[in-house]
Design a binder for this molecule. Sequence first.
Ligand SMILES: Cc1cc2nc3c(=O)[nH]c(=O)nc-3n(C[C@H](O)[C@H](O)[C@H](O)COP(=O)(O)O)c2cc1C
Length: 350
Amino acid sequence: MMITSSRKKEHLDICCNEDIVAGRTGFDDIRLVHNALPECNMDAVELGVRFLQHPLKAPIFIAAMTGGHPDTRDVNATLATAAEEFGLAMGVGSQRAALENPELEDSFIVVRERAPHAFLCGNLGIIQLRDKGAEWADKAVEMIDAQALCIHLNPLQEAIQPEGDHNAAGCLDALQELCSSCRYPVIVKETGCGVSRECARQLFAAGASAVDVGGLGGTSWAAVEQFRAENPMQQSLGLHFAGWGIPTAVSVVEVARGGGPVIATGGLNSGTDIAKSIALGASLGGMALSLLQPAMDGYQSLCDKIQQIQKEIQVSCYLTGSRNPSELKNVRKYITGITGEMLQYEENNL
Ligand SMILES: Cc1cc2nc3c(=O)[nH]c(=O)nc-3n(C[C@H](O)[C@H](O)[C@H](O)COP(=O)(O)O)c2cc1C
């Protein structure tokens, strides 16, 4: 039990102190077409959106990061305070440690205490869902009075982790069973390798209410696990697979074709990345690593980062003649480079 908890702390330390970003998101290959005659008022751009029937003040998702170790409580409290103040959605990190040991619940419960009105998402791995069933899923939601539950997929990390689970058989059935019986929306998320069109279709058919692409180009769990490797073979496996996956921009398009709401996460670092994601078909843009360091630096630093992101979304809307994020969906874009080639290839093989 304590292994799960101390792993959470190790992950946080590695993400803060080591270079664990790998691959390319593809956002560099995407340009929103500039509108020299926007015919709207920038100061009247309205950033508010609805997501799974909940109003958010901006299309920003604070992606799942932490909790489950006493030392993670403060950063969760800081992130949650910002989610409340800025009206954003927020996910907590995997609640497995607290489900194994209720003494650790505090590092999660603080999130609801600090964000009484925010759209909060619980978090559980699909392996734990398969092995422990809907009872754990319900408990995770109850623990923080969440509006939704994120089920995370991380086969690459499990493959490389010294203590990882290497058998993913039965996971889709477990998801389907949960979705058919639970009363809350289930968001399925990858954690840095992206989701393909085929996989998205399976997830939506199983009853997922939304898919978070968690694509390549940001935090790489293969890179993170390289720093926890117990032998040279595990270390070189981590290095070798650090660039594995579907770039975030490509995954957004693939998942959007799967037919349901999409969250774009994986290497997003600016409001422009969020605007591009929305233009590609996402409803929200999520960020983990880009918000972690500011949150560790303190509340003001996190607020500055969020305000910067909001402003960048607002200016991106204005310069494309969009009065709100929904109108970004109709903006024309140039897609070049490897991202353009991948999407062209994808389209030819629909
Ligand atoms: C320190 C840290 C811890 C994370 N822990 C979790 C977790 O417990 N559960 C989960 O679903 N995702 C977790 N993630 C993955 C993120 O939610 C996200 O999918 C991934 O990091 C890609 O986004 P990014 O490039 O903006 O970091 C974590 C990310 C970071 C940086």
